[in-house]
Ligand binder design. Structure first.
Ligand code: AP5
Length: 220
């Protein structure tokens, strides 16, 4: 299965990507996580990406495209993948389409997670992340068992640099102008499947599984 998760900041793409990966054994390619990893390691790519990310803006297309196409060539991704946060612009979508068509591995579906701006702000201002194992928590909706500590690996949880309210609003604005055109782009290709993502995590998970239940190579 080859799917893309689309949706504004806070829609739950990362949360649902992890659940799908656990259920179906697929590789998750989360561009935000890959960029944050480069930033944490201080690589040249990380240094270039950081300024854009801290402002809530997108990293230039050439960087994102090169990074993702290289990742898609790795053996685990050849068996299928979940793209979380890519493509985000029309040029990124066109580059992905070209590469997958050439490889004879077209996309099966694009899941479009829909939430209101109010809910996005509410979720993101209360998000905590584990910088070690990348698990995501939420002070309002999914608190860790021990305050400030990852349930899985015990590492100290952190707020993300771009989760202050002003930067969240900027990210929502950037999403609307640069990424929302992809809804039409993928709809025209018959790939788009809308998911109401405003409900609790488990309900959204059921809706997500239902939305892809017709894809023939899926086995839980
Ligand atoms: P990225 O990390 O991808 O950020 P984003 O798209 O803004 O999305 P988020 O990770 O904030 O939200 P999410 O939808 O994954 O929600 P989550 O599951 O965490 O990208 C960061 C930056 O990297 C970008 O701004 C850009 O600079 C750069 N970048 C990345 N990709 C790029 C690209 N292709 N091109 C250029 N630049 C790129 O959930 C959020 C919170 O809500 C959590 O606390 C979670 O526990 C909670 N939650 C989730 N679902 C529910 C639910 N159903 N009910 C209640 N709470 C929920």
């Amino acid at each position: 299965m080859r799917i893309v998760l689309l949706g504004p900041p806070g829609a739950g793409k990362g949360t649902q990507a992890r659940r799908l990966a656990d259920r179906y054994g697929l590789a998750v390619i989360g561009t935000g996580d890959i960029f944050r990893d480069h930033v944490a390691r201080g690589t040249p790519l990380g240094r270039e990406a950081k300024a854009y990310m801290d402002r809530g803006e997108y990293v230039p297309d050439r960087i994102a495209v090169e990074m993702v196409l290289a990742r898609l060539d790795q053996p685990d991704a050849r068996e299928g993948f979940i793209l979380d946060g890519f493509p985000r612009t029309v040029p990124q979508a066109q580059a992905l389409e070209r590469a997958l068509t050439e490889a004879g591995r077209p996309l099966d579906a694009v899941l479009n997670f829909k939430i209101s701006d109010e809910m996005a702000v509410k979720r993101l201002t209360s998000r905590l992340v584990c910088p070690n194992c990348k698990r995501v928590y939420n002070l309002s909706f999914k608190p860790p068992r021990v305050e400030g500590t990852c349930d899985v690996c015990g590492h100290e949880l952190q707020l993300r640099n771009d989760d202050d309210e002003a930067t969240i609003l900027r990210r929502l604005d950037v999403y609307r102008t640069q990424t929302e055109p992809l809804v039409l782009y993928f709809w025209e290709r018959g790939l788009l499947r809308d998911i109401d993502a405003e409900a609790p995590e488990e309900v959204v998970a059921d809706r997500t599984i239902e939305a892809i239940s017709d894809l023939s190579d899926l086995e839980a």
